[in-house]
Design a protein around this ligand. Structure first.
Ligand code: UD1
Length: 416
């Protein structure tokens, strides 16, 4: 299996381009299930998760043409089943549930089961479809859903779930009548999806707020659409600049979606400014420790918690990091401690006491964002860090080692 080897201590400097957002691309590609004809998508990142979703769409009978842009035609759907093998490798596969029931009147989708960052149930997706009149049975580890036509309904989400909001927003586009999603998630990726669906002819308003209204229509048509830049990738490069005392211009991204991170990075002593088409992130002389609490958007993103923790391991004081979105999202802690970090976990809080220097060590990636945090730690550490199980990073960061080495990092992938 491949490894990433980093010799730490290089200051990052230069310009790096952000790829398309994984979490926006996944539902957008899936939204083509609601249309009959060729859709064209721009700025789709080349990632393992995107390959998984293409595999899933193909298994449903969808045609895909690869090229500079991605073309998808769901004119003929031959199967309504998402198998365990595909869903277990990527939980976001659950996103086919709503569109399949809406377009085909039925779906059979494997239950995702547990994953490295907690139980992550899909009860809210299921309850919402039931509210819209679907008949749901859980059988042999699969969700079986049927509805001759979904009916508009008022759906209240107990927790603002991102993929839940996307799943039901897609389903409601073809439902009869009006659907209101209350306590909906507000992430920018949801706005990107709503824009694409509206271009397809849907009638959605309020995406980006916590109440989304969808007036159902009889059919949607194919579109040409562009995926927004990946704010988590952009944020990861900003933190890399802070950890190496660097000066990095991150282009092709929108600073407006990163307010929570930018505020915290400024508190650490970094200088963050908006430049033409992106962000400039400059590391401070000293790193001030800051407290973080993850929350649904526009709060601090849980997908940047591990990277921010890596930063705080070399802060000048104490930092309390509270994970309030997912239980059990601290697997990176024990690996960071192998590199000399001083961290104590108390429930969903991690108390991080900054140390002057991390030391390179062999470490293991446990999930996507944890891998990113270990790469960041390796960049700032003394000596060499060897990251194994790099398939996790390949799920969500396009060519990360190439991008970082173009900024001056001493990092390479070793093929096994
Ligand atoms: C999405 C993102 C993921 C990010 C997360 C939170 C994608 C493909 N993935 O994941 O990168 O970390 O949002 O920003 O966009 N919950 C329930 N029942 C449900 C659904 C969710 O209890 O039916 C809970 C979860 O366990 C979690 C919270 O709601 O505690 C938020 O999860 P959710 O927003 O659904 O995460 P995902 O959509 O899976």
């Amino acid at each position: 299996m491949d490894k990433i080897v980093i010799h730490g201590g290089e200051r990052l400097e230069g310009e790096v381009q952000v790829s398309g957002s994984k979490n926006a691309a996944l539902p957008i590609l899936i939204s083509s299930l609601l249309t009959d004809g060729w859709n064209t998508f721009h700025n789709v990142p080349d990632l393992v998760d995107i390959r998984t979703i293409k595999k899933l769409l193909k298994s449903l009978g969808v045609k895909i043409e690869e090229g500079e842009t991605l073309r998808i035609n769901a004119g003929e759907i031959g199967s309504c089943e998402a198998s365990y093998d595909l869903v277990k490798t990527m939980r976001a596969s659950i996103l086919v549930l709503g569109p399949l029931v809406a377009r085909m009147g039925m779906a059979r989708v494997s239950l995702p089961g547990g994953c490295a960052i907690g139980a992550r149930p899909v009860n809210l997706h299921i309850k919402a479809l039931e509210d819209m009149g679907a008949e749901i049975n859980l059988k042999d580890g699969y969700i079986e859903a049927k509805a001759s036509r979904l009916k508009g309904a008022t759906v209240y989400f107990d927790i603002p779930t991102v993929t839940g909001t996307e799943n039901i927003m897609m389903a409601a586009c073809l439902a009869k009548g009006t659907t209101l999603l209350e306590n909906a998630a507000r992430e920018p990726e949801i706005m990107n999806l709503a824009d694409v669906l509206n271009d397809m002819g849907a009638k959605i308003s309020g995406a980006g707020t916590n109440v989304i209204r969808i007036d159902g229509v009889d059919e949607l048509h194919p579109v040409e659409a562009t995926v927004i830049p990946d704010r988590i990738e952009a944020g990861t490069f900003m933190i890399a600049a802070g950890m190496t005392g660097g000066d990095v211009r991150i282009t092709g991204c929108d600073s407006g979606y990163l307010d929570a991170l930018i505020a915290k990075l400024r508190d650490t002593g970094m200088d963050i400014s908006t430049i033409d088409g992106g962000i400039r992130a400059v590391g401070g002389e000293k790193i001030r420790s800051v407290d973080i609490k993850t929350l649904p958007y526009p709060g601090f993103p849980t997908d940047l918690q591990a990277q921010m923790m890596a930063f705080m391991t070399i802060g000048g004081g104490l930092s309390v990091i509270t994970e309030a979105v997912f239980e059990n999202r601290f697997m990176h802690v024990s690996e960071l401690m192998r590199m000399g970090a001083d961290i104590v976990i108390e429930g969903n809080n991690a108390v991080v006491k900054g140390v002057p220097k991390l030391k390179g060590a062999p470490v293991m990636a446990t999930d996507l964002r944890a891998s990113a945090s270990l790469i960041l730690a390796g960049l700032a550490a003394e000596g060499s860090t060897e990251l194994s199980r790099v398939y996790h990073i390949d799920r969500g960061y396009q060519k990360i080692e190439e991008k970082l080495s173009s900024l001056g990092a001493n990092i390479k992938r070793v093929k096994r």
